[in-house]
Design a binder for this molecule. Structure first.
Ligand SMILES: NC(=O)C1=CN([C@@H]2O[C@H](COP(=O)(O)OP(=O)(O)OC[C@H]3O[C@@H](n4cnc5c(N)ncnc54)[C@H](O)[C@@H]3O)[C@@H](O)[C@H]2O)C=CC1
Ligand SMILES: O=C(O)/C=C/C=C(\O)C(=O)O
Length: 480
């Protein structure tokens, strides 16, 4: 059985207490590796390594730091097949999705911030004839990055890349449910020559290592992506410690389909928005509102496309819909499908666990599921399911569409499908969300601000927002 290791001070090491937890392959339900259950003792070692490494890392020129990070990105590319296969096994996502989206984006994240730091500039303010102010943006020191299981290496690198580029030392904790590519990434950092101690990776659960990491007094900023309740917990336990927090949390994202949309293109993309990665992306459009004149036509075309999604072994090249990440998560998703029916919903397609032949017969597969007939305020429409389940509902006016979309505690992303440009602008402005896509979904430009409002989080990632988050600002005022 493969035993994963922590990455501390540039070395792959066992956890101090020697405890490990099982790592399961979702497509088979079998334990296939074990990961360290790290504790505060491992954290103290990582803190010492980070403290020793950070000043020298911060003192490198921007070009030197950028060159090292670019080498790390290139090394990811050199190992892209191995990483994609590892991600498919560890997470249950289709290999092709892992390769073309997750791993591609992981090296892009690092390459992007390697370049961005060389373009990062600060401001100056002339204060009349009295003074000149200029702003310094220095590294914070040691920062913590905590990432979830749905886009494992993609979101892990999305956090550590700006943190490292800005000159910090990082202690990172990947999800214990999908630790494998972070482990492989530690080997990549060694191969690429990342200076020792600049990045430290500790494996384990929220209670064993997440909590100690977030509350450690020497960790001055935390960038977290995950569930809203975990984000709330982190806010509570760090209250009064004056840490910087960036929290990217859950979503229950509305998709607004207007009668004048480009029909075929919209159907294809609304399917993609609902079911990519088995619906396990915080940006997935799980509440689909369709303007009444095209409701029946759209419903029929949508269901037909959903039924065409090929469910299969994540390692098969033609699989479009893989396994859910874990048994508890699958059970949660299935319980929501039951709840939806109790709430009066009709399952139009899907709704069941799937048992595949061969090695995947015990895997955690759930059919892509479409439900109609529910009230907007019911739990199915209000709570984050984070799986291959969406609801469809009709609307009669722009105003009603906006009201339905905004009637949610979440406010992460949304998409609008229309050929009326004025309506697109008007509705985009009224939607309560950090991200609005018009006639597209998950079209990403890494320079744009990324994050949510309401219970979807605080702070923004991406581009300059991320570099600002991972730096401390100082204003210097010089009197003439
Ligand atoms: N990006 C998103 O919006 C995500 C949302 N979720 C939602 O959250 C639900 C629960 O999924 P989980 O895997 O349990 O997410 P989670 O929020 O527990 O996990 C995310 C990360 O936080 C860590 N963590 C957990 N407890 C912590 C603590 N007390 N202190 C510090 N770190 C801690 C985890 O180990 C993991 O690395 C999902 O069903 C889904 O609804 C889950 C993953 C990603
Ligand atoms: O940065 C992106 O492109 C996507 C981010 C997705 C998440 O944060 C998520 O699903 O949790």
């Amino acid at each position: 059985m493969q035993m994963l290791k922590n990455y501390i001070g540039g070395e792959l090491v066992d956890p101090v207490q020697g405890h490990y937890i099982d790592n399961v392959e979702p497509a088979t339900g079998q334990v296939y590796s074990q990961i360290p259950e790290s504790t505060s003792e491992d954290l103290e070692r990582a803190i010492s390594a980070a403290e020793a490494a950070q000043p020298e890392w911060a003192a490198l020129s921007l070009e030197q730091r950028a060159a090292i990070l670019t080498r790390v990105a290139d090394t990811i590319d050199d190992h892209s097949n191995e990483l994609a296969k590892a991600e498919a096994i560890d997470n249950g996502k289709p290999f092709m999705l892992a390769k073309n989206v997750d791993i591609y984006r992981s090296s892009a994240n690092i390459r992007f911030f390697a370049q961005a730091i060389t373009q990062f500039s600060s401001e100056s303010h002339a204060t009349g004839n009295d003074a000149i102010n200029y702003t310094l943006r220095d590294p914070i020191g040691i920062v913590g990055c905590i990432s979830p299981w749905n886009l494992p290496l993609y979101l892990f690198t999305w956090k550590i890349a700006p943190a490292l580029a800005a000159g910090n030392a990082v202690i990172a904790k990947p999800s214990e449910i999908t630790p494998m590519t972070a482990y492989l990434f530690s080997k990549i950092c060694i191969e690429a020559g990342l200076p020792k101690g600049v990045l430290n990776i500790l494996h384990g659960t929220g209670p064993s290592i997440g909590n100690p990491l977030t509350t450690h007094p020497k960790v001055k900023a935390i960038s977290f992506t995950g569930g809203t309740s975990t984000g709330a917990h982190i806010s509570r336990v760090t209250a009064g410690m004056f840490k910087k927090l960036s929290l990217e949390l859950g979503g229950k994202n509305p998709t607004l389909v207007f009668a004048d949309c480009d029909f075929e293109d919209t159907v294809d993309n609304v399917v993609r928005a609902a079911f990519s990665n088995q619906g396990q992306i915080c940006l997935c459009g799980s509440r689909i509102y369709i303007e009444r004149p095209i409701y029946d036509k759209f419903k029929a075309a949508f269901i037909e496309k959903v039924r065409e999604l090929k469910i299969g072994d994540p390692l098969d090249a033609d699989t479009q819909h893989g396994a859910l990440v874990s048994k508890p998560h699958m059970e949660k998703v299935l319980s929501y499908i039951e709840l939806a029916q109790e709430e009066g919903g009709t399952v139009l397609t899907g709704g069941k666990r799937v048992s595949l032949d061969g090695r995947c017969q015990n895997g955690f597969f759930v059919e892509p599921t479409v439900i109609e007939g529910l009230d907007n305020s019911c739990r199915t429409n209000q709570e984050e399911i984070f799986g291959p389940v969406c609801t469809i509902m009709p609307f009669d006016s722009d105003e009603e569409a906006v009201t339905l979309a905004n009637a949610s505690e979440y406010g992460l992303a949304s998409s609008i499908w229309t050929s009326d440009l004025k309506r697109a602008h008007r509705v985009a402005k009224q939607i309560e969300a950090g991200i609005v896509w018009v006639n597209c979904w998950l079209l990403r430009d890494l320079r744009t601000p990324f994050g949510g409002v309401k219970s979807s989080g605080v702070g923004r990632e991406g581009g300059l927002e991320a570099l600002r988050f991972f730096t401390e600002t100082k204003n210097v005022c010089i009197k003439y």
